[in-house]
Ligand binder design. Structure first.
Ligand code: BGC
Ligand code: ZN
Length: 367
C-alpha cells in the first residue's frame, strides 16, 4: 500500500513509500478500527517536517508517514468496539499516551513527559495512506451531516482546546466575562477560532497581514467578526480605536507577533499561544521592562496550548456543526485547495506556499 512519507531532518524529502496493509487485528483485545482514508488535511506543521525542521521517525524507521488531520470512513471494527460501526464517518486524535499520569487519564495532550508521540508528526506514522488501523479509544465519530467539514475536525479540536484552556485558567479571577477578543492569524486556526468565539458571543477582531478585501476577510465578516489587515492598521492602532482585548488567541505562526501581542492585552486578560514555531528566530528590541511591569501590575495570564484530546475533538466537531447552523456554508469556504491524491508529494507540500490557500487537503478516496 502506498503512503506519503518523509525522511525527518532531511529537507524536501517527501516521497511515496510502500507500507504494509493494516488489519483490524493489529490492535489487541478486539478494539481495532480499520478506517479507509477519505481526506487528509495538510498544514504548516507538515511543511516544517518536510523542511527538515521538525518531526521524528518512529523508533527503528528512517521514514515517517505524514498526515495528522484525517477524515475517513469505518471499514471494519473489532468485536469490542461499541461507539462506531462500519460506514460511520470518523476522525482520529493525534497524540498517543506516554508514561505520565496525564497520559493515563486520557490527557495525552498535556503529557509531562518531554517525549510526545503524535501520529504523522513525532515518533508515530500518520494517516496519509489509503487505510489505517487505530485503537477505538482514539477514533472519534463525525456525524454524517458534517462530512463536508470532516477534514477540519483536527484543527477544530486545537481551537476548542485553546479556548477551553483560557476559560478554565481564568477561573482564577472568580468572575471573568470577556467581551473583546483579538485573534491573530487568519489561517485555519485563526478562522475557526474566530467562529468559535463568535458562537460564544464575543466581539472579535481577527488580525492578519493579508490585505483587505479578500477571502479571509470575507469569512471573518460572515462570522460576524471584524477583519483587520495589520499592514493597514497595526495592532497598537487598533487598540487605540477599540480598546485592549480581554482575550488574545495567537495563531500566526510567528513568535515575533506572539511577543508583540503581550503589549496589548487588557488588565486581568488571558492570552493563548498556539503557534508551533520550529525555526530559530530571536527577538531584539522588545520592551521587556515595560511588558513585565504591565503584566505584573495587570495580573495578566499567558498560556501555551497544543494538540487536543478526545473531548476537544468532540467540542470542535460540535462547534463546526453549530457554526453550520449559525453561519450556513461559510466554514466550507475555507476548503480552498483540494489536491487529487498524494502521488505527487512535492506538489502536495508546495501548495502550502500558495498565499491564497487557506486549507490545503488531499482527496485520498471518494466515499
Ligand atoms: C497539530 C497538533 C500537534 C502540534 C505539535 C499541530 O500541527 O495539529 O495536533 O500537537 O502540531 O506537534
Ligand atoms: Zn496540525
Amino acid at each position: 500500500m502506498k503512503a506519503l512519507a518523509v525522511r525527518p531532518g532531511v529537507r524536501n524529502s517527501a516521497y511515496i513509500a510502500d507500507i504494509p496493509e493494516p488489519k483490524v487485528t493489529d490492535i489487541p483485545d478486539g478494539r481495532g478500527i480499520l478506517v479507509r482514508t477519505l481526506q487528509v488535511g495538510v498544514d504548516a506543521t507538515d511543511g516544517e517536517i518536510n523542511e527538515g525542521l521538525y518531526g521524528r521517525a518512529p523508533a527503528g524507521d528512517s521514514h515517517l508517514v505524514l498526515g495528522h488531520e484525517v477524515f475517513g470512513v469505518v471499514e471494519e471494527v473489532g468485536p469490542n468496539v461499541k461507539h462506531l460501526k462500519k460506514r460511520d464517518y470518523c476522525t482520529c486524535t493525534v497524540r498517543r499516551p506516554g508514561p505520565t499520569l496525564f497520559d493515563k487519564i486520557g490527557r495525552n495532550d498535556i503529557t509531562s513527559h518531554p517525549e510526545y508521540y503524535e501520529r504523522g508528526i513525532n515518533l508515530l506514522h500518520g494517516f496519509m495512506t489509503h487505510r489505517f488501523v487505530e485503537d477505538a479509544e482514539f477514533v472519534v465519530k463525525v456525524p454524517g451531516g458534517l462530512n463536508h467539514l470532516g477534514v477540519l475536525s483536527e484543527p477544530a479540536s486545537v481551537c476548542a482546546k485553546a479556548i477551553e484552556q483560557a476559560y478554565l485558567a481564568q477561573q482564577r479571577l472568580q468572575v471573568w466575562k470577556p467581551k473583546l477578543a483579538f485573534v491573530t492569524g487568519a489561517g485555519q486556526i485563526g478562522l475557526l477560532t474566530t467562529m468559535m468565539l463568535r458562537l460564544r458571543g464575543l466581539d472579535v477582531f481577527t488580525l492578519a497581514r493579508t490585505p483587505n478585501p479578500g477571502l479571509k476577510a470575507d469569512i471573518v465578516r460572515a462570522y460576524g467578526a471584524k477583519y483587520v489587515s495589520t499592514k493597514e492598521t497595526p495592532m497598537g492602532e487598533l487598540v487605540k480605536q477599540v480598546g485592549r482585548p480581554d482575550l488574545i488567541i495567537e495563531a500566526t505562526g510567528s513568535s515575533q507577533v506572539a511577543f508583540e501581542c503581550m503589549e496589548h492585552l487588557n488588565l486581568n486578560g488571558a492570552m493563548v499561544w498556539t503557534s508551533v514555531t520550529g525555526g530559530k528566530h530571536e527577538l531584539s528590541g522588545f520592551p521587556s521592562d515595560k511588558v513585565n511591569l504591565e503584566w505584573v501590575l495587570g495580573n495578566k495570564l499567558l498560556l501555551g496550548s497544543v494538540n487536543g484530546n478526545r473531548d476537544h475533538f468532540a467540542q470542535g466537531i460540535a462547534d463546526l456543526a453549530l457554526g453550520e447552523v449559525m453561519f450556513p456554508g461559510i466554514t466550507s469556504r475555507m476548503l480552498t485547495t483540494p489536491i487529487d491524491g498524494f502521488m505527487d508529494p512535492q506538489a502536495v507540500l508546495h501548495e502550502l506556499e500558495n498565499k491564497s490557500a487557506i486549507k490545503v487537503y488531499v482527496n485520498v478516496a471518494r466515499d
